[in-house]
Write a protein that binds this ligand. Sequence first.
Ligand SMILES: Nc1ncnc2c1ncn2[C@@H]1O[C@H](COP(=O)(O)OP(=O)(O)OP(=O)(O)O)[C@@H](O)[C@H]1O
Length: 344
Amino acid sequence: MCSLAKDIGIDLGTASVLVYVKGKGVVLNEPSVVAINKDDGRLLSVGADAQAMLGRTPGNIVAIRPLREGVISDYDMTERMLKEFIRKVSGSFHHIFKPRVIICVPSGITEVEERAVVDAGLQSGASHVYLIEEPVAAAIGAGIDITKPEGHMVVDIGGGTSDIAVISLKGVVESASIKVAGDQFNEAIVKYMRRKHNILIGERTAEQMKMQIGCVFPKEEETTIEIKGRCLMTGLPKTITVTSTEMLEAFEEPVERILEAIHGVLERTPPELVADIANNGIVMTGGGSLVDGFDKLITARTGIHTVVAENAISCVAIGTGKSLDSVHEMNDGTVNLSRRKQMN
Ligand SMILES: Nc1ncnc2c1ncn2[C@@H]1O[C@H](COP(=O)(O)OP(=O)(O)OP(=O)(O)O)[C@@H](O)[C@H]1O
């Protein structure tokens, strides 16, 4: 861990927080979960330790996810979580050497939410806080050269939000941010299991199903998984086998909403840039893009070749960190990386 961290890039995600330290790469990747003691408000743990407590806490302990649907839903807890993560990567010197922090936010974030993220960063001990839009960070992290006057489309499917953006000359030309992403895929599985199989399953089981058999485009070979849940008829535990083909049906609604959003962005994009995108293809980032067949589905429905970026999950953190290099340019106003700004 870096003890004299001066520059930190944070992908403040709904599902996980990734921290990039200049010169070191991604040094922290933990779930966005906080556990506190309800009696005295004491912070018990953050990240993976806190996640293990989700749904399993005794009365006086509460484990929560302070970010929901890509925005801060519990400001106080987000601040405490950020502080703890910054402390982890900065070591005991962070009081003396306050880091400069750049935080990645979804492109649909409101001014009030932006302010909340900046305040959380400052309260966490940062000397300066900069914001960068998620699709811009994702594009940089995916290795796209966004400095040219050329259109690129990035589809970032995270936990709580999907950000679709057309980027050219370091800026977002057209975009959409919808609250449909990986979490809604889990919810869709829970609903499907209840509707089709009369079985109640938990979020963790749904997540496991999504990763193991989930798909949005027909697989060459069907796969199956055996899961346990509670039968809604008898109230007793029940084990059933679910197939990947069933997942196509379960995911229909969230998938269509993402495709509609992509379509909408393409429709609003100037024709020259659409022509560039047709040549360059669409790049997918974010954990949600790892659902099997997403690239094939988008290729089939848009006619534009689509690929999932290497390191899809850490692209945003890598891009956020890389953009720290141009922070000095931003101070003299020569860089306009979307709505990225400095506040302190
Ligand atoms: N191998 C995988 N297959 C399918 N889904 C996956 C896989 N790995 C991660 N995910 C899903 O990716 C989502 C998290 O993605 P990511 O870490 O990019 O989101 P985030 O940045 O925390 O969220 P947001 O961008 O909405 O704030 C979760 O819903 C998770 O279930």
